[in-house]
Design a protein around this ligand. Sequence first.
Ligand SMILES: Cc1cc2nc3c(=O)[nH]c(=O)nc-3n(C[C@H](O)[C@H](O)[C@H](O)COP(=O)(O)OP(=O)(O)OC[C@H]3O[C@@H](n4cnc5c(N)ncnc54)[C@H](O)[C@@H]3O)c2cc1C
Ligand code: SF4
Length: 325
Amino acid sequence: MQVLTDFVLRHPASIAEAAELLAGPGARALAGGTDLIANMRHGLERPKMLVDLSAIAEMGALRWAGAGVTIGANVTIACLARDTRIIGELPAVAQAARSIAGPGHRSAATVGGNLCLDTRCVYYNQSEAWRRSNGYCLKRMGDVCHVAPQGKHCHAAYSGDLAPALLSLDAEVEIAMPRSTRRAPLAELYRDDGARHLNLERGEFVTAVHLPAPLPGTRMAYRKSRARGAIDFPLAGVAVALAASAGRIEFLRVALTGTNTRPLLVDGTREFSGQMIGGALLEKLGKLVQNQVSPMRTTVTASNYRRQVASALAQRLVKELGLAT
Ligand SMILES: Cc1cc2nc3c(=O)[nH]c(=O)nc-3n(C[C@H](O)[C@H](O)[C@H](O)COP(=O)(O)OP(=O)(O)OC[C@H]3O[C@@H](n4cnc5c(N)ncnc54)[C@H](O)[C@@H]3O)c2cc1C
Ligand code: SF4
């Protein structure tokens, strides 16, 4: 850890003011700071201005409309994890929130910060001295990717826990821009590039997440595998939302984190509608997941292990949720 470089700290009180400030060169959004400040202390980020979003009241609320909910980007992970309606009606979201970092982090960390947290790599999330002695890397200050030295693509993994739970429930994000806002499917917030994984232009930031009412009969869950059981990022995290009747799938959505440069909504699960939950379906699902994840050597755990874990978690969740009475 190193001393923070100098920066100006601003506290806008409105979305419009924050968007103006963030449109300036070298400005970065600051929410709970549990990801950004650690990265600054590692010399990975050197913003000239931090725009603290915490004073923007309209970004701090959970608002229900029927069975759908709008979650302000400033809502803390702790608040999400203990909200009784979220626990009862959107359990996958509460499970994902509960699995993020430790209680101290969760009380400061926010939904917006979790969705936008930086991608991770064992060659990148290191001290300045460590990275310097290894010649830095493509993502920052170097010209070689130590994970895939032949290429010019950064494979750092997106490892936020909330995104897959929200993706499996068809979430949309509200994005503020200087002078306007836009709404987009959550999947469109992300790009397949570990060095620049967000589709946000200068001045743009997330103000809220919208979750529609789940389809009738939806069952859902989130589960992750991690190296340390107490506090750790997912090696692979899987969210499943499905409806089933008499052991037959009505609909199925599976989303993943920790395996790719962006959270992934598994493509092709529609073909399972109408099929019985059993060995054949689970085998097909396992293959579908394995074909779409692309874990690289960005963690201390072998890539193939993460591929197998993602597939096994998806199979287990579908079996448990689909056959629950
Ligand atoms: C020890 C430790 C363990 C952790 N374990 C986990 C874990 O298990 N799972 C997990 O998901 N995370 C984990 N984290 C990462 C982090 O704590 C969480 O992801 C947290 O939710 C980040 O939110 P924040 O509000 O603190 O974000 P910040 O650190 O404030 O910001 C994170 C990034 O998002 C940007 N940002 C913040 N808000 C917005 C916004 N509204 N719009 C656009 N950009 C924005 C910032 O500019 C920054 O780049 C861990 C962190 C630590 C230190
Ligand atoms: S994947 Fe490669 S370029 Fe990206 S952070 Fe890791 S070593 Fe650097």
